[in-house]
Design a protein around this ligand. Structure first.
Ligand SMILES: O=C(O)CCC(=O)C(=O)O
Ligand SMILES: [Mn+2]
Length: 204
């Protein structure tokens, strides 16, 4: 959901986002991360990043694909993106993350930031379909980019560089209290692929 002003009373003291984030560096080592980045870049059927919403053409500042188990729908993504099957490569990555975290995911959003001009704006992943305890595992391959956060009430901000091969686990309270973004930085020339594994709860 995009950033909107919070209506909740402020929390004092604001909790540190670092309590709600787990950073697993070198979840894949440098060589493996590079190999996965190149394979995904070549194998993934990246769509055009122009979409039509309510008759208006909209350009996403990155490229995205959405893959999910049969029957899983996610309204934000389904408005913009078709649901695709898992590829063998995406399934292998999912299995490795699931066995490490002992947690099951039924979908993944794959983002390609072609260079530092691509970005994702402030938002939190708190759609109804993710339930009230959304745990999201985010794998980064390719260029290192800062991951930024902002508290929904106090507006406190911070950021951390996320290197290739890092698995960032966002625990449920992170989405409740913080927005996050990958800021635009035109000085970055290399591409980056990020995979956010999610568990969508069927609404019906
Ligand atoms: O690219 C990233 O590290 C974050 C992507 C993200 O926040 C999202 O897809 O919801
Ligand atoms: Mn997100």
């Amino acid at each position: 959901m995009p950033r909107r002003k919070s209506t909740r009373p402020p929390l004092f003291p604001p909790v540190s986002p670092l309590c709600e984030l787990e950073l697993i560096r070198a979840f894949y080592d440098a060589a493996e991360s590079q190999r996965l980045y190149e394979q995904l870049l070549q194998q993934n059927a990246w769509p055009d990043n122009h979409y039509c919403v309510d008759g208006r053409v909209f350009e996403l500042p990155r490229q995205q694909t959405w893959h999910a188990d049969p029957g899983i729908r996610y309204s934000y993504s389904n408005n913009l993106l078709q649901t695709r099957d898992w590829t063998p490569l995406l399934s292998a990555i999912r299995e490795r993350i699931e066995s490490h975290l002992n947690y099951r995911f039924n979908s993944v959003l794959v983002n390609l930031y072609r260079d530092g001009n691509d970005y994702v704006g402030w938002h939190s992943d708190d759609e109804e379909e993710l339930g009230d305890q959304p745990l999201i595992a985010s794998l980064t391959l390719g260029a290192s980019r800062p991951f930024a956060w902002q508290h929904k009430d106090s507006q406190e901000e911070g950021q951390l560089p996320i290197d290739s091969g890092t698995l960032l686990v966002m625990r449920p309270a992170f989405q409740r209290h913080w927005f996050h973004s990958i800021p635009r930085d035109p000085s970055i020339r290399e591409g980056r692929i990020n995979l956010t594994f999610r568990r969508v709860i069927p609404l019906e």
